[in-house]
Design a protein around this ligand. Structure first.
Ligand code: KG4
Ligand code: ZN
Length: 344
């Protein structure tokens, strides 16, 4: 079965053709990172306008790269939530229009399901159920249980910021570019990860808090520089040396990774029948998280790095497993398209 997957939830315009939920025939991603790097974050209105400009060329290229025509496509899948409303509208309207014109079934897919299913793409071995999924992206930080395909139970979630957002905000304090994740890793390579002891927010159970960690970095930077807590965060970067930036980046990354894995280990204690772990979302590209998790947990799966961030292939993969689970085609305009945090 060939599915065309379309993704526009944030600042990537993406389309892909995937066979049977795992074999990627094409994967086209146009990122707006260059536009937003200088602003330090995404501007929703600008993101939506950029999606509009490249949406159709991206879809055409996905078909062309796959060597397929509309006749070959069995279904269209599109991200319908969560994400930036204007960005989501471009993808869902495009997918719905194409489904009507070409008479294809349409599947509206939840973005976090797609991130999880990136682990089934081009995989040599597959995760086994029951599994625990750690979803770590710019907008979400959750631990989910899956007993079977397309069955999700959220058992832990952030009470405030997402871990990716925390990487982005800490990068901004340190004067590093957007997106913060890769920039923090790069700066941290020449840093001492044990230099600054940052407290891990104390939240009960499997929930997370990342706004506390971001504030802890802010206070540690102010204290290191001998500046008062009233000193504006945007000016701190002008006082930091290269070495201090590297030490803060390395110390923050170590603390964030450790915090995520402590919660995942706790989840394993609560659900010892777990057979595998999947890590998903943009932050799953993080090298330290990859290395530490395989040391600390058994049978850990990660997407290929190019499928960690937002892409159309994971949307097609998630739709394939929805179809296999008996889910009927969905019109995104009959669903609640407003951003929601829960998978349902
Ligand atoms: O999943 P994603 O591409 O978009 C959302 O659905 O939010 O995730 C984007 C987030 C950003 O916050 C970015 O800083 C983070 O993923 N990220 C990373 C890395 N690559 C991207 N965080 C840590 N380490 C990385 N290597
Ligand atoms: Zn994402």
């Amino acid at each position: 079965m060939l599915i065309l997957g379309i993704e526009t939830s944030c600042d990537e315009t993406a389309a892909a053709v995937v066979e049977d939920g795992s074999k990627v025939l094409s994967n086209v991603v146009v990122s707006q990172i260059d536009i937003f790097a200088e602003y330090g974050g995404v501007i929703p209105e600008v993101a939506a306008r950029n999606h509009l400009e490249v949406m159709m060329p991206v879809v055409r290229k996905a078909l062309e790269d796959a060597g397929k025509t509309w006749d070959d496509i069995d279904a269209i899948a599109v991200t319908h939530t969560p994400g930036l409303l204007g960005s989501l509208l471009v993808g869902t309207l495009t997918a719905r229009t194409l489904a009507i014109i070409h008479n294809k079934p349409l599947y509206a897919v939840h973005h976090l399901k797609s991130h999880i299913y990136a682990n089934w793409i081009n995989a040599d071995s597959l995760p086994e159920f029951p599994l625990l999924a750690l979803v770590v992206s710019g907008g979400h930080t959750q631990i989910l249980r899956m007993n079977a395909h397309n069955h999700f139970e959220i058992i832990g979630t952030t009470r405030d910021d997402a871990v990716g957002e925390c990487f982005d905000k800490v990068a901004k304090i340190l004067g590093l570019p957007y997106p913060g994740g890769p920039a923090i890793t790069k700066a941290g390579l020449s840093g001492d990860k044990n230099k600054f002891k940052l407290p891990k927010p104390n939240v009960d159970g499997l929930d997370f808090s990342f706004s506390g960690l971001k504030t802890a970095v802010l206070r540690a930077v102010q204290s290191e520089l001998g500046l008062p807590i009233s000193h504006p965060s945007y000016d701190l970067k002008n006082h930091l040396s290269e070495q201090q930036i590297s030490d803060f980046a390395a110390s923050f990354e170590k603390t964030a990774v450790d915090y995520l894995l402590e919660k995942l280990e706790k989840a394993y204690e609560m659900y010892p029948e777990t057979k595998s772990f999947v890590v998903a979302g943009g932050v799953s590209a993080n090298q330290a998280l990859r290395e530490e998790s395989v040391k600390r947990l058994p049978n850990v799966f990660f997407p290929e790095p190019k499928f960690s961030g937002d892409n159309g292939a994971m949307v097609a993969a998630a739709a394939y497993f929805e179809i296999k689970s008996g889910v009927a085609p969905t019109d995104p305009y009959k669903l609640n398209i407003m951003p929601r945090s829960a998978i349902n």
